[in-house]
Design a protein around this ligand. Structure first.
Ligand code: FE2
Length: 200
């Protein structure tokens, strides 16, 4: 079965003014849709055709002749995870076990936000910023291009932010730090992060 582009978890204008409907027209409607389409074309007639998306990503993560399949599979997964990392009611503060873990790992929510913003702004070129749980500890990771923490044993992604230029250029032009701050203050979906943390 070919993969399909998942529905957005909110209306495409629901994150305005922080992320515009026009950005979704391109980022979701062209870029994400394009990764799904190229993934389907790449796996057609191969041993990957009947595999689950995560299994394709893990099986191709070492690169080599399957780099193209990896890139489109990982970008398909990363973008779906990114849309769910945001909410029209986002921002604010985490609660419960997640809040406790952020306190323990980063000292305070403000300190987490500063460290995440620095990491996301410093990722050179295209890539992603992540909050992950690694062996019980929360950590901030960045990955380049399509790379994704789900290929690492024992690492659980909780939240991601797309820092490819296509994620922010229409709304912020070259102002990546302003985009990152809007994500942290107004869009980040702490309930999604808490659900991911709770999965065994
Ligand atoms: Fe993207």
């Amino acid at each position: 079965m070919p993969f399909t582009l998942p529905e957005l978890p909110f209306a495409k204008d629901a994150l305005e003014p922080h992320m515009s409907s026009r950005t979704f027209d391109f980022h979701y409607g062209k870029h994400h849709a394009g990764y799904v389409k190229k993934l389907n074309a790449g796996i057609d007639g191969t041993k990957f055709a009947d595999m689950a998306l995560i299994d394709i990503i893990r099986a191709t993560a070492k690169g080599g002749e399957n780099t193209g399949i990896f890139n489109n599979a990982a970008q398909t997964w990363n973008h779906t995870f990114f849309w769910n990392s945001m909410s029209p009611n986002g921002g604010g503060e985490p609660s419960g076990a997640l809040a406790d873990k952020i306190q323990a790992s980063f000292g305070s929510l403000d300190n987490f936000k500063d460290k995440f913003a620095d990491a996301a702004a410093s990722q050179f070129g295209s890539g992603w910023a992540w909050l992950v749980e690694n062996k019980g500890q929360l950590e901030i990771w960045t990955t380049s291009n399509a790379k994704t923490p789900i290929t690492e044993d024992g690492v659980k992604p909780l939240i991601t932010l797309d820092v490819w230029e296509h994620a922010y250029y229409l709304d912020y032009q070259n102002g990546r730090p302003d985009f990152i701050r809007a994500f942290l203050d107004h869009l980040i979906n702490w309930e999604f992060a808490a659900r991911n943390l709770a999965v065994e």
